[in-house]
Every structure is written in C-alpha cells, then in structure tokens.
Design a protein around this ligand. Structure first.
Ligand SMILES: Cc1cc2nc3c(=O)[nH]c(=O)nc-3n(C[C@H](O)[C@H](O)[C@H](O)COP(=O)(O)OP(=O)(O)OC[C@H]3O[C@@H](n4cnc5c(N)ncnc54)[C@H](O)[C@@H]3O)c2cc1C
Length: 330
C-alpha cells in the first residue's frame, strides 16, 4: 500500500515550495551518483515545460523562483510547438526547466534496502507495529508476531504516521493523506518517450511520455482520504483525459493502466524530521507529500544527523533543520 511504488517518478527543482526546494536541490547530485552506494545514476534527463494560455497564468509558477533552484526560461508559442508537437492553439506561454529528470524509483528503493541490510538492518515485512509503551527509558514494542525493545522509534509510516504515533501514546501531528491519480494511455502517435514533463501552470494536470507511444497523465487531484490502499476514481481518470484533450490533438487508443497513491501532508505542508519535543525517543520522519523521492538523500542525511546528535554533513550544512522540527507549526 505504500506510496513509494506509486509515484510519478520525477525530480523537479521548483516543486513543493520553499521548505522543499533546498532538500530537492541538495539531493540531486546524490541521485545522480547512485546514492546510497549503487554506483549508477538514478536520474534520466527529461526537462519540463510549464504551459499557460495567458502569461498571467505563469504568475504562481514564477512566484517560487529562488536563487537556490535553477532558473527557468520563458518560452514562446514556437518553442512550445517544437517541444510538444500537436499542441493546440491558445497555449502561447511557457517556462522551460531543462533540469527536470525521471527518477528510477524502483532502483533507488532497492538500493536503499540493500544499504539498510548491508549496514545491519533487518526488515520484517509482516510485523506491523500494533502498540508500544515507554518504560525504563526504552520502548517496548508489540508488533503482533514479534516483540522488541528499542531506544528510539522512527515514525516513517507515511500516511499512517499519526496512526503509529497514537499506537505509541504520542500526540499526533495531524497528517492528512490526499489521493493522487495517474493514468497510462496508449496513444495513436509515436515519438513520445522524450517529451518534456508538461505541467499546467494552473495546476490542473501534468503528463509525460512513457515509452514511444504511451503517456502518464495526472489530473493533479488532491482528494482528502483516510490512510488506505488508494484506488483511482473514474471521475479523476475522465478528468485527466479531458485535460489532455484540451492541450494536444493526439488520438487516445486505450487506457492501459490507472492507479492512485497517497501524498501525505501536515497542515503546514512542511515535512517533520526530528525528535518529538514531548515524547522521549520518538522521532518523526513524515509528511513528504509529493516530494518524498526527490528529497530522500538530503532528508535522510538530515534525519540521520539529528538521530545521532551529530553535525550534518558538509553537503547539507546550509539546510535549516529548525524548519522541519516537529510541533513547530502547532
Ligand atoms: C501519484 C503520486 C505521484 C508522486 N510523484 C512523486 C514524484 O514525482 N516525485 C517525488 O519525489 N515524490 C512523488 N510522490 C510522493 C512520494 O511517493 C512520497 O512522498 C513517498 O513515497 C513517501 O514515502 P514514505 O516512505 O514516507 O511513505 P510510504 O512509501 O507510504 O511508506 C510508509 C510505510 O510505512 C509502513 N507502515 C504503516 N503503518 C505501519 C505500522 N503500524 N507498522 C509498520 N509499518 C507501517 C507502510 O507499510 C509503508 O511501507 C508521489 C506520490 C503519489 C501518490
């Protein structure tokens, strides 16, 4: 049910706002160099174009322009026609971000699991935390078939982060999962593989090529839900198709796949990395929203330094850890 296997798998510098951009930018070289210890890059250059009908529509996209992220260039209708052949009339404005890349999420996840195992970690797949209590300065954990004691619990339970906190007797941080849908379409057109990621400036859709004649399209939905095994709603699939047809003249041959996953946010929309000030030995690592993959190397390095009480490594020295402190935003 986890979100990690359901992402749209891109790295986009300006995504997520001012608390996320520094994490994404710091993470990029590590994703390129095969962190953690795999050797090969997990990124494939794609580029992104934010598209608009009116130049005013680019205002929100431009408002997150920051010195930390690469600058994007304004492009003309002619540039859009070259980058997105078949783009319909009326789409006249755009912002070009050549740094956007696809992430090999499955490869990255496997590399993380291998590193975890190599460093002595044990993964127990069928041992969900049922409840835990603190006694003698240690956690006593009931995980159904197994029980443990531990100095520290790291709550990295995604949409279930509050559920785990409650099971540990810790006050929740009001995480909220939101459903996001992706539809894979077979198109009556080839040459789509190297399309840029195309993002609507008004936040109604994005799509990217997936193979020569396939697209992944998202209606950019954000439907509040309980933590669950999210499934796509037909209306979101139809909305995705409708938006696609409003921007390109490409024929759609079939809906090949559709899925939904959960993007989980705290009310502040800032992830929490750090010990809970009110619960000894309870560490939060949650609320990554729609950016948990592209921020993973920097967020993990920050979390590791905080967990071990060490100075963060040089390459994330300019991150302000206090932004991510649990309960900072109430
Ligand atoms: C459609 C979609 C598109 C996205 N696109 C992107 C993108 O392009 N780029 C990007 O960077 N991010 C993207 N994201 C966001 C990204 O997928 C998430 O931020 C990330 O996967 C969150 O990882 P996580 O480990 O916190 O949560 P998860 O991957 O959900 O993992 C949580 C884990 O906690 C476990 N758990 C829960 N309860 C318990 C318990 N009681 N005991 C033990 N274990 C428990 C679960 O089994 C699960 O394995 C997207 C998300 C979605 C849904």
């Amino acid at each position: 049910m986890h979100s990690t296997g359901r992402s749209a798998a891109f790295w986009l510098a300006h995504y997520g706002g001012s608390a996320i951009i520094p994490l994404s930018v710091a993470s990029r070289p590590l994703l390129e160099s095969g962190w953690p210890g795999s050797g090969g890059s997990f990124l494939r250059q794609r580029g992104a174009i934010t598209v608009a009908r009116e130049s005013m529509d680019l205002r929100d996209a431009l408002s997150v322009e920051t010195a930390r992220a690469p600058r994007r260039l304004k492009v003309t209708r002619a540039d859009l026609q070259r980058a997105i052949p078949g783009i319909l009339p009326g789409w006249n404005f755009g912002l070009d971000d050549p740094t956007c890349a696809d992430i090999d999420v499955a490869g990255l996840h496997q590399a993380c699991l291998r590193a975890f195992k190599r460093d002595g970690g044990a993964l127990l797949r069928l041992a969900g935390l049922k409840r835990a209590h603190r006694g003698d300065a240690r956690w006593h954990i009931d995980a159904g078939t197994e029980s443990f004691t531990a100095d520290v619990i790291v709550d990295a339970a995604g949409a279930w982060a509050d559920d785990v906190a409650l099971k540990c007797g810790v006050q929740p941080l009001r995480i909220r999962p939101y459903r996001r849908t992706i539809v894979q379409l077979r198109m009556g057109r080839s040459g789509l593989r190297d399309l840029p990621l195309v993002i609507d400036a008004l936040g109604r859709f994005y799509f990217k090529g997936e193979g020569d004649n396939r697209l992944w399209v998202s209606p950019h939905d954000e439907t509040a839900t309980e933590p669950c095994d999210a499934a796509p709603d037909e209306i979101d699939v139809a909305t995705a198709i409708d938006h696609l047809q409003s921007i390109v003249d490409w024929p759609i041959e079939a809906v090949e796949r559709k899925w939904a996953g959960l993007r989980s946010f705290f009310p502040s929309r800032v992830p929490a990395y750090g010990f809970d000030p009110d619960a000894p030995g309870f560490f939060w690592c949650a609320g990554q929203g729609g950016f948990g993959i592209q921020t993973a190397p920097a967020a993990s390095a920050l979390a590791a330094a905080l967990l071990l009480g060490e100075q963060p490594p040089e390459w994330i020295a300019n991150l302000d850890a206090s932004i991510y402190a649990p309960r900072r935003y109430g």
